[in-house]
Design a protein around this ligand. Sequence first.
Ligand SMILES: Cc1cc2nc3c(=O)[nH]c(=O)nc-3n(C[C@H](O)[C@H](O)[C@H](O)COP(=O)(O)OP(=O)(O)OC[C@H]3O[C@@H](n4cnc5c(N)ncnc54)[C@H](O)[C@@H]3O)c2cc1C
Length: 833
Amino acid sequence: MHGLLWLLLLVATIGSVSYLRLKLINATIAIAAVMLIGTFTGITGLFSWILFLAIALPLNMESFRRQNITLPILKIYKKIMPEMSRTEQEAINAGTVWWDGEIFSGKPDWQKLHSIPQPRLTPEEQAFLDGPVDEACRMLDEWQVNHKLADLPPELWQFLKDNKFFAMIIKKEYGGLQFSSYAQSRVLQKLSAKGAVLSSTVGVPNSLGPGELLQHYGTPEQQNHYLPRLAEGLEIPCFALTSPDAGSDAGAIPDSGIVCKGTFEGKEVLGMKLTFNKRYITLAPVATVVGLAFKLYDPEHLLGEEENLGITCALIPADTKGLEIGNRHFPLNVPFQNGPVRGKDIFVPLDFIIGGADMAGQGWRMLVECLSVGRCITLPSNSAGGSKTVAMATGAYARIRRQFKLPIGKMEGIEEMMARIGGNTYLMDAVTSMSTMGVDLGEKPSVIGAICKYHLTEKARNVMEAAMDIHGGKGIMLGPNNYLGRGYQSIPIGITVEGANILTRNMMIYGQGAMRCHPYVLKELYAANNNDRAESLKEFDQALFGHIGFAISNVFRALWLSLTGAIFAKAPFSDETAGYYRSMERFSTNLALLSDVSMGVLGGELKRRERLSARLGDMLSYIYLASTVLKRFDDEGRQQEDLPLMHWAMQDSLHKLEIAQEELLQNFPSNALGMLLKVLVSPFGKKYKRPSDALDHQIAKILQTPGTSRNRLIQGQYLTREEGNVIGQMEQTLEDVIACEPLYDKICKAANERFYFTQLDELAKKGLELGVINQQEAELLTRTEIGRLQAINVDDFSPEELMVEKPKSPKAPAKKAPAKKKATVKKATDSES
Ligand SMILES: Cc1cc2nc3c(=O)[nH]c(=O)nc-3n(C[C@H](O)[C@H](O)[C@H](O)COP(=O)(O)OP(=O)(O)OC[C@H]3O[C@@H](n4cnc5c(N)ncnc54)[C@H](O)[C@@H]3O)c2cc1C
């Protein structure tokens, strides 16, 4: 009996020191104390002590341990570790680890999360959003842009240049706006509500491109020449990396530059002959300066020893002789400027390299560093902004549109879709706020950037599909009155650019995350590659034993947290969010454990087992997304009205997290190991359910009811209720419809008949006749009918209007369609009426 108790004490002690992650020496002392208790109670004898000392002494005697344990392991490690390509190495080195590192620690420090400052706009940034950004939205007629001009109108281009929309990232000393990343995100969010053409035209020059590259790596001459001109809108930049044979695998571009002497502007200079074929380049057709990525070769050794210098970035003026530019692609009927750029044997001086000849071969590092920041801003902001507007419009539409004598928003099937829109939108805005704050704090969060890019563009797709389904035919019929169709069409663009999503999920998130965020993996790799053998051994020893302790700790922590449902884990709040913090600590531990086991079992092969890597990446991602939700809820003052949104976003994330974990284990390379791990991390099976129908109902209600919670959800969007802003006008109609509902009930009651909620102008007359409403109320009903029809009607066109080539023959039908500026408001075509 005593023996069993002692054994339990020993296991509990090992478990506790592991759970608490005590240092090796302290853990040894604690276990030695248990051994002593065993000796005094006559349980442990000489053999037990010999065994204990045989393990404890070599581990605690550092120099002995290094030579006899670590060195042989280091030798094996060097043999089995796969070679890292230069591009992979540069990708790993570029960027910093931030909250993603905490997630990987298996024990996130929630105080750290909540001490990240809440992002705020400066008065200047706020004024820009309220002034020029609103005005740009006002000036844009999406139908004209998409259907008639296939471009922004010239006056809007000029307005954007004059107001420095293309210079948000450029420093004030060069005449730019120098906005924070958060402010840039808010600008893009607002613009995205008016369509992808506007938001991508503004987004691209402020993202990865000449402006960003010049500021970080340009020579003073290049900076002084280009940056003020970019700020003033005198130059329009584009950046050309993608080639027909190198899309996702951008490091494989065949485009080349050969270092040679040549004549430039009448003088002989050292330069390079460029040959390239680029496609899909945003802004290329209107660009005045092309940022170009190519591989630089120096066969004549004019620059030094190396022949193959690697990827290099240069700035080429668009009027350079031989540069073929100006043609346009037609990206899914969303006609922002995008096209190919080609050139053959174009000679330019070496000074055209961004950063000068010294930066030859540094292009990949430059691109990856800038991308890690850009991926947190442009596409996530467009996705979040678009979703906010869609949430607002869909909520209003679902309340206005009636079928079966009910607002469609009251139907349970629609509620499910509405909840998806509302919950995801709440989360997306939380993600953009926290991630851009990270960038503003000086981080280059490459892993978080990949998470933001992938998950927010996917969520935007999800939101958009739900909104389209809710709108039915109204979303499908294009025309000035349609605020959804073009956004829906543009979704695959965000999915494809800046790292196509399948690649981003399957390779990038976890591929980089495992290396960068794991507390020991990169340290081991660097230590093994250290050429100083003594230092290498010392560093590898520290990393290896840190790693082993970490892994053992995670086994005990995972078991304890899953057996107890993590109820003893710490949470910074004791309200309804506490359980979420605890669950996330549990999943964070599981992620750390499953990562180690996966890397241990598969080694370098894990990189090729993309689907396993994707599920580990999903776990990392959902913990990050959920963290931003808890942060948002706290930053906004823990608003009780927002609880449904917060709960939905958390429950959906935890549910998906658990599915990712489950699928990982189901598909684990070894069945037995998969089952063993399941016992450790999920002994009682699945726990986290998707949000309930009741919760969906609450969110559907929030979206359809003007109020503070809805306002917070859609804050910052272009809402002015004016002619031309269909969504702004819908907001007015929503309020009017709600105000009309009691009048409608009164009239129905007085007439003793349940009317359709249509032809409200006629209903107004009836109400006056019955004497149950006054003149003012009748006017409200009449006005609401106009708005209601505007909200539900769609456009129609004469056949000629839709033809690109108008009939040439004089005999051809010349039926002239009536000029249509706005949506045709003829009569209610509803089945109701
Ligand atoms: C509208 C638009 C604007 C663009 N603007 C620019 C620009 O301004 N400048 C510029 O240089 N480029 C630009 N691009 C190019 C863009 O970055 C590429 O389209 C993108 O990198 C994907 O390349 P691809 O289209 O050739 O697809 P491919 O590389 O052929 O990929 C096809 C599919 O395979 C998947 N895939 C590839 N490798 C893997 C892998 N290892 N594991 C799993 N899946 C994988 C991808 O995710 C994708 O789904 C733009 C593209 C578009 C469509």
